[in-house]
Design a protein around this ligand. Structure first.
Ligand SMILES: *Cc1c(COP(=O)(O)O)cnc(C)c1O
Length: 403
């Protein structure tokens, strides 16, 4: 039966209702919460002020006065929207300035803007791999990478998370096909780092291409927040570094940093860049100002790292199961609960005490690993992070007694 035939028989309506019921029973129903304030360490949520502990606004720039002013100025100077895709009439001098600044920041020759990180990953991956190629993708890569792999129609081997032996084994099976390795630099739900040096070495040996997604590395790790690729000096070894403007850079949009030749290729082959309206001027203007702030104020990054350390230490002091090892300055701290109902329980209990850390459940994370994905930012006060850890410790033990 085709989809439309199912709909005519009433399958669509009951199917949708049944699907929602099923999600609710499994503890996996997703619902929106409403914020009624500007971004910051504290926000108004459902009419109450709460400490925000789950945003990706790592440097607190989304609400920074200079970034907001730059967005407003860009709207006045360039308009609210770009009016067309870049290859038609939407390419503004503002976009090119932002691309030049991002390339300089990432240490690459060139850069191509995209509408979002989701569009960048799907577009870049599908541009660089086709039916006859082999993609090698880390098991914990972001959903936009997973979708890019599907869109490319290439055979995709998902290798065990951060496992270089598994990657090497998969590459040996390429059988003359061209390989494309794709990985997050900082994994979004665990905050751990990809073994990039080993990945690049394998890529060199097997003549495979490499795409690194620095969504959570840009503005967060490396010298001056330039990312993990820059920290390891691998700019020449990585074919495309993808980054978003929507996280540490406090705006919206994304980019692919690469060689001039690769940039020209992406402008001809990345369908999500070609067939989509250019980035709105306020988003571009805001990102430019955010980059300027990252360069001018190294204290932002220092504060982010100090706050990350404080949050980790405070959670550990509450006896909460914080993953050992790793980099203590990484702001993403997973508090893994396991069961999705239980994770929602801890989330709601913490929220009742003024700490907002949304529970993250499958399919965003693997079954059995539902969690509170806690994020420290440069905007937090250390005392608030310590108090939040106490609240979370109490919420977790309350939920444990109830279950
Ligand atoms: C958030 C995220 C993206 C998507 O970026 P957007 O600009 O929000 O669309 C891509 N990759 C990773 C690893 C992410 O965490």
């Amino acid at each position: 039966m085709t989809g439309s035939a199912a709909a005519r028989e009433g399958g669509a309506a009951t199917g949708v209702g049944a699907a929602l019921d099923e999600l609710r029973r499994a503890g996996l129903l997703r619902e929106l919460r409403t914020l009624d304030s500007a971004p910051g360490a504290r926000v108004r949520l459902d009419g109450r002020e709460v400490l925000l502990l789950c945003s990706n606004d790592y440097l607190g720039l989304a609400g920074h006065p200079r970034v907001r002013a730059a967005a407003a100025e860009a709207a006045q100077r360039w308009g609210a929207g770009a009016g067309a895709s870049r290859l038609v009439s939407g390419n503004l001098a503002l976009h090119e300035r932002l691309e030049a600044e991002l390339a300089a920041f990432k240490g690459t020759e060139a850069c191509v803007l995209f509408g979002s990180g989701y569009l960048a990953n799907t577009g870049v991956i599908a541009a660089l791999a086709g039916r006859d190629d082999l993609i090698l993708s880390d098991a914990r890569n972001h959903a936009s990478i997973v979708d890019g792999c599907r869109l490319s129609r290439a055979e995709t081997v998902v290798y065990d998370h951060a496992d270089l032996d598994a990657l090497a084994t998969a590459l040996r099976r390429a059988d003359g096909r061209r390989g494309l390795i794709v990985t997050d630099a900082v994994f979004s739900m665990d905050g751990d780092l990809a073994p990039l040096e080993g990945i690049v070495e394998l890529a060199r040996h097997h003549r495979a291409r490499v795409i690194v997604d620095e969504a959570h590395a840009t503005g967060v790790v490396g010298p001056g927040g330039r990312g993990l690729v820059a920290e390891l000096g691998l700019e020449q070894e990585v074919d495309v570094v993808v980054g978003t403007l929507g996280k540490a850079l406090g705006s919206y949009g994304a980019f692919a940093a690469c060689t001039r030749q690769m940039a020209a290729y992406l402008l001809n082959r990345a369908r999500t860049a070609i067939f989509s309206t250019a980035l709105p001027p306020p988003a571009a203007g805001a990102a430019l100002e955010a980059l300027r702030l990252v360069r001018e104020q190294p204290t932002l990054l220092a504060r982010l790292h100090a706050n990350a350390r404080t949050l980790r230490d405070a959670l550990a002091a509450q006896g909460l199961p914080i993953p050992p090892g790793g980099d203590p300055t990484m702001p993403i701290v997973p508090l893994v609960i396991g069961d999705p109902h239980a994770a929602m329980g801890v989330c709601e209990a913490a929220l009742a005490d003024g700490v907002f850390a949304q529970a993250i459940r499958p399919p965003t994370v693997a079954p059995g690993t539902s969690r509170l994905r806690l994020v420290a930012t440069a905007a937090h006060e250390q005392a608030d992070l310590r108090a939040a850890a106490v609240t979370l410790g109490a919420a977790a033990s309350r939920a444990a007694t109830l279950s």
